[in-house]
Design a protein around this ligand. Structure first.
Ligand SMILES: [Zn+2]
Length: 112
C-alpha cells in the first residue's frame, strides 16, 4: 500500500496516510479534525546520482558555493575531477577510502 502525503482543507494539517487501492482521498478523514475529503499533496522525491553524473556537473577550475558541500558526497569530488582531467586515473577504491576517512573526520569534528 502506498503512503500519500495529504492535507486537510479545513484545519490545514499535513499527514502521511497509508492508502489502500480502493480508498480515494474523499474517503480518508483528517486525524486532527475528522473532516472528510483530504487533498493529496505533491511530495518531494529523491533520486540517486552516480559519481559519474556528479563529476559531469563539477567545474574543476571554478569555485563552488557553500551549498555544494552540504551534500557530503561532494567532498573530494573536485579533486577527483582534477585528477581525471589531468590524465591521472587514481585507484577509485583507494581514493574513496581516503575521502571517506576525511568525511568521517569532518563529521566527528563538527559534532564536538
Ligand atoms: Zn483537519
Amino acid at each position: 500500500m502506498p503512503i500519500y502525503e495529504m492535507r486537510c482543507p479545513v484545519c490545514h494539517k499535513k499527514v502521511e496516510l497509508l492508502v489502500s487501492g480502493e480508498s480515494s482521498p474523499q474517503q480518508l478523514s483528517c486525524p486532527s479534525c475528522g473532516h472528510h475529503q483530504m487533498e493529496r499533496m505533491m511530495s518531494c522525491f529523491s533520486y540517486h546520482r552516480s559519481t559519474a553524473d556528479r563529476l559531469g556537473c563539477v567545474a574543476a577550475n571554478r569555485p563552488t558555493g557553500a551549498d555544494f558541500y552540504r551534500d557530503e558526497r561532494n567532498i573530494g569530488l573536485r579533486t577527483l575531477k582534477r585528477l581525471k582531467d589531468s590524465g591521472c586515473e587514481p585507484s577509485i577504491v583507494d581514493f574513496e577510502n581516503t575521502v571517506e576517512r576525511a568525511r568521517h573526520y569532518v563529521k566527528e569534528e563538527l559534532q564536538k
